[in-house]
Design a protein around this ligand. Structure first.
Ligand SMILES: NC(=O)c1ccc[n+]([C@@H]2O[C@H](COP(=O)([O-])OP(=O)(O)OC[C@H]3O[C@@H](n4cnc5c(N)ncnc54)[C@H](O)[C@@H]3O)[C@@H](O)[C@H]2O)c1
Length: 258
């Protein structure tokens, strides 16, 4: 499905827009007529043409408040929030526990606490303005395996942070449906970004991976299609070796409370 231009004139915040997937998301939204504020720890965020940019740390409350104030001032609201900023460390269950505790703060402050602060500040603005979209960038680790060899977490803490992210996607999508706010997760496999390349010597992808790795631009188009589609409460998969597609809507579960 291609974009139908319905995003024209909307406004968005993209976290972690200085490189990789976040940069691709910011550029795709911009190219679809969206007014974008991208922020990152990295100064490179200022190099993206045609967007508002800020250097800021999502794990710091004062920075998050500054970002949302700037978006409100520049755009009069926030229609789309792309929770992309993410931190990765290789923390294995048999690594020293002291390291795991230190890594916990680093990973969870960015991947969860920062995301929580940013989203919770934006939600009342979306409610006031009649709706919005929140897209949480997750990982294929949290999806059922599609073929042998998938869903093999290489780090327990990063993996745990993304599973917890699902909790937000699920709970918020249900709670905020009444406010016309859609909340979805995007769960991609290996995508060619500085984060992925950082896992390999000299930042070179192994030949087999280089031949099959997904592109950030492909993921960005999937995100545009997702927002245009208007569904909510789904984790959208994208697997190495398969076309990056939105796919049909899933049937909602019948929920049993209690
Ligand atoms: N690349 C992959 O294969 C892959 C696969 C699945 C999911 N993801 C997810 O996609 C998202 C983007 O990943 P990427 O591969 O583009 O990574 P990346 O490291 O290349 O880019 C992430 C960006 O987030 C920024 N960032 C990190 N901490 C921040 C903070 N505290 N405040 C503000 N900005 C911060 C970084 O500076 C960086 O520019 C992450 O959430 C990641 O977990 C990536």
């Amino acid at each position: 499905m291609s974009t139908n231009g319905s995003l024209e004139g909307k406004s968005a915040i993209v976290s972690g827009a200085g490189r990789g997937l976040g940069q691709a998301y910011a550029e795709a939204l911009r190219d679809n007529g969206v007014k974008v504020l991208g922020f990152d720890l990295l100064e490179s965020v200022h190099e993206i043409d045609g967007i508002e940019s800020m250097v800021a740390d999502i794990s710091k409350r004062e920075d998050v408040e500054r970002i949302v104030s700037a978006a409100e001032e520049a755009f009069g609201g926030v229609d789309i929030l792309v929770n992309n900023a993410g931190a990765w460390r290789v923390t294995l269950v048999d690594s020293p526990w002291e390291q795991a505790v230190e890594d916990w703060d680093f990973i969870m402050d960015t991947n969860l606490r920062g995301l929580l602060m940013l989203s919770r500040i934006c939600v009342p603005i979306m409610q006031r303005n009649g709706g919005g979209d929140i897209v949480n960038i997750s990982t294929y680790y949290v999806l059922p395996a599609r073929s042998e060899g998938t869903n093999n977490p290489q780090t327990d803490l990063y993996c745990a942070s993304k599973w917890a992210l699902n909790g937000f996607t699920d709970a918020w999508s249900k709670s905020l449906a009444k406010d016309n706010i859609r909340v979805n997760g995007m769960c991609m496999g290996a995508t060619d970004t500085p984060m992925l390349r950082g896992l390999f010597p000299d930042k070179q992808l192994p030949p087999e991976m280089a031949a099959s790795v997904m592109s950030a631009e492909g993921s960005a188009q999937q995100m545009i299609d997702l927002i245009n589609d208007g569904r909510t409460g789904e984790n959208i998969g994208a697997w190495v070796g398969y076309p990056i597609e939105l796919g049909p809507r899933k049937h909602a579960h019948k929920r049993i409370t209690g």
